[in-house]
Write a protein that binds this ligand. Structure first.
Ligand SMILES: NC(=O)c1ccc[n+]([C@@H]2O[C@H](COP(=O)([O-])OP(=O)(O)OC[C@H]3O[C@@H](n4cnc5c(N)ncnc54)[C@H](OP(=O)(O)O)[C@@H]3O)[C@@H](O)[C@H]2O)c1
Length: 239
């Protein structure tokens, strides 16, 4: 049975992705920071749950060790944090947190999982954001980390191709997930942003997590695709 690890699989896009891979017969492992959220999600989906903070290198070692024997077919680097704030408000702690979770976490996890992925000629799907294409005020730190994800996807696809490992990226636009509640915005600001975005998205609505999960699965199973970044934005990029 093929094995997949979905980071941040207890919420939003990661949860839907874990559920879809499970439906397709994969042996699924999810991880997240909160033991309660991980246990609840793993129980609901009938998958394995591991409590791991990807900003903690020790946790990454433990996570990667789970696949050292049997190997790993698919790594979905989905976990990330997002908070919107003006650049003048960034503290050093903000920089460290964003860089460690959104960039160092996925990179270290890939580094530690290369042997397991090589064993299965596996695939890595990173999750970026269209924020790298279309700027957004007060989102520079988050956008910088997602730009890094696009960048390391391309370089690693070349570096790991000789080992048979493909590396791709899915870049979603606006998706209706719990993330919007974590941005540090007031409810009226959230409503305002949502109402505005729905007027500029050609499909006229946010994506649901399952629609991003479909693309993550397709990218994982498309055996000639590597070094690709697939935008899933309801048509915004075409405007
Ligand atoms: N929603 C959107 O509109 C949108 C648009 C473009 C891109 N994205 C990207 O899509 C991905 C998923 O976002 P989402 O909207 O599904 O957000 P979400 O519902 O907030 O889920 C984020 C997940 O990441 C986990 N996580 C956060 N920090 C972690 C850490 N240090 N270690 C391990 N797990 C961690 C969270 O679990 P715990 O809190 O339990 O750790 C949670 O499961 C992210 O990469 C995000 O940047 C989202």
């Amino acid at each position: 049975m093929k094995r997949v690890l979905v980071t941040g699989g207890n919420s939003g896009i990661g949860y839907a992705t874990a559920g879809l891979f499970k439906q397709r017969g994969y042996d699924v492992t999810i991880c997240g920071r909160s033991s309660q959220r991980v246990a609840e999600a793993a129980g609901n989906l009938g998958v394995e749950g591991i409590v791991a903070d990807i900003s903690n290198p020790d946790h990454i070692e433990i996570l990667a060790a789970c696949f050292s024997g049997g190997g790993l077919d698919v790594l979905v680097n989905n976990a990330a944090i997002a908070r919107f704030m003006p650049i003048t408000a960034h503290t050093l702690a903000d920089y460290n947190e964003f860089l460690n979770v959104n960039i160092r976490g996925p990179l270290l996890l890939i580094q530690k999982l290369v042997p397991a992925l090589a064993k299965k000629r596996g695939v890595i799907v990173n999750v970026s954001s269209v924020i790298t294409n279309n700027g957004l005020p007060n989102a520079s730190l988050y956008a910088a980390t997602k730009g890094a994800v696009d960048g390391f996807t391309r370089s690693l696809s070349l570096e790991l191709a000789p080992q048979g490992i493909r590396v791709n990226c899915v870049s979603p636009g606006a998706v209706d997930t719990p993330l919007i509640g974590k941005l540090g915005l007031k409810p009226e600001q959230i409503n305002e942003i949502k109402a505005h975005q729905e007027t500029v998205i050609p499909l006229g609505r946010y994506a649901i997590s399952e629609e991003i999960a479909q693309v993550i699965l397709s990218q994982a199973e498309s055996t000639y695709v590597t070094g690709s970044i697939w935008t899933v934005d309801g048509g915004v990029g075409a405007t």
